[in-house]
Design a protein around this ligand. Structure first.
Ligand code: ZN
Ligand code: ZN
Ligand code: ZN
Length: 115
């Protein structure tokens, strides 16, 4: 329904929240009210990002560290977690991405200095 959110005070699509008995928009619900779960991997109570196959909650930090698929980096040819992809869709690891960024930055600095 349409109404004014109790938290952000904006006219939005809101829902009556049973717990506090006020109208809350979905953004504020996600941010302020949604119950947290304990991550099955790090055992820390957090907002969880994904569920594993068994339905266990996994926080985004653990997801990136443990679950995100690995691929062979197109630059260093080591199997690592993919940081970015190049235009061809090839995997680039974090180390190569950083190195590449630094190289570009240096080139930019040198170019600006020579003018
Ligand atoms: Zn709101
Ligand atoms: Zn975790
Ligand atoms: Zn690499």
């Amino acid at each position: 329904m349409n109404g004014t959110c109790f938290i952000c005070d904006e006219a939005k699509i809101v829902r009556q929240n049973r717990k506090i008995g006020e109208l809350i928009c979905s953004a504020c619900y996600q941010r302020e009210i949604k119950p947290k779960e304990v991550c099955t991997l790090c055992q820390v109570e957090k907002r969880v990002a994904v569920s594993d196959k068994q339905g266990g909650a996994i926080c985004s930090a653990c997801y990136h560290r443990e679950i995100k698929p690995k691929e062979v980096c197109t630059l260093c040819e080591v199997e690592k977690r993919v940081e970015v992809r190049n235009k061809q869709g090839g995997a680039i690891c974090a180390a190569c991405y950083q190195r590449d960024r630094r190289a570009k930055l240096r080139a930019t600095l040198q170019a600006s200095r020579s003018t």
